[in-house]
Design a protein around this ligand. Structure first.
Ligand code: FPP
Length: 248
């Protein structure tokens, strides 16, 4: 375990929008795919670093539901990379006691990818180290809509409409991230300051951290900087902190 952080303020759940692969490649005169490949390497390292920092959940945006709009060649290559990542990393993740979960609509992927996902989830299901959640074909609005729909179906069966308060309470249990804590810290790389339809409901009270660093260059030092920034935050969840309460 890395000793440099105050354990009390280490976020339990970190979410990352891994952005900037294309620009990383472009700046080097390389094809965009070279950036994605280096991005996969940065992901591999970040999983390792996050586990060593004592983070319990790491959720990464691997492929958004909007990424299908990219040129067909890039989508095809990204699918190839995903296949390769799942094939080559699953055994290693398992060896390192990582639990892998996928959120998003997996049914849009080719059958062999769905099978690789299923195998990786099954193999690592009982691991009790860090949980790595890969958002694949994920969209926050879709997640919210499917949760609302499931609550509506239950209401239909029960023949009674729950109160707004009750719906809010039930919502978490129907989101794709059910059973996981909400992200404490959301990191976005590459200088973009958007949430891009990521974990919209789940990030209601997350602290945001933006860095100009492009995702393929995101390393242990970068993660440490993000965690140090988080450790200084004063999370109030809309209320007051202890000092303000005493003064009031
Ligand atoms: C954003 O960079 C990144 C993605 C759309 C994909 C993220 C993928 C990886 C980190 C590779 C590992 C993931 C898998 C699924 C194995 P961008 O292409 O939008 O960069 P740009 O904004 O500079 O063009």
């Amino acid at each position: 375990m890395k000793q440099h952080l105050d354990i009390e303020t280490t976020p339990k759940h970190v979410a990352i929008i891994m952005d900037g692969n294309g620009r990383w490649a472009c700046r080097r005169g390389l094809p965009r795919m070279a950036g994605h490949k280096q991005g996969a390497e940065a992901l591999r390292q970040t999983v390792k670093n996050a586990a060593e920092f004592g983070i319990e959940y790491l959720t990464v945006f691997g492929f958004s539901s909007e990424n299908w709009k990219r040129p067909q060649d890039e989508v095809k290559e990204l699918m190839k990379l995903l296949r390769h990542y799942l094939r080559s990393e699953t055994a290693e993740l398992h060896k390192n006691n990582v639990r892998l979960c996928i959120i998003g609509d997996r049914n849009a992927f080719d059958a062999d990818i769905i099978e690789l996902i299923r195998n990786a989830e099954m193999l690592t299901a009982n691991n009790d180290g860090i949980t790595v959640v890969m958002a694949l074909n994920y969209g926050g609005r879709h997640d919210i809509a499917q949760s609302a729909r499931r609550i509506a179906l239950r209401a239909l069966e029960a023949g009674t409409v729950p109160s707004v308060e009750e719906v809010e309470k039930q919502f978490d249990a129907h989101l794709m991230s059910a059973g996981m804590p909400e992200p404490d810290l959301l990191i976005r790389t590459s200088g973009e300051h958007r949430i891009s339809n990521f974990l919209l409901w789940q990030c209601s009270y997350s602290e945001f951290y933006f860095t100009d660093t492009l995702w393929p260059d995101f390393d242990e030092t970068e993660l440490r900087l993000a965690l140090q920034s988080y450790a200084k935050r004063d999370r109030r969840y809309g209320g007051l902190n202890a000092e303000q309460n005493r003064e009031g």
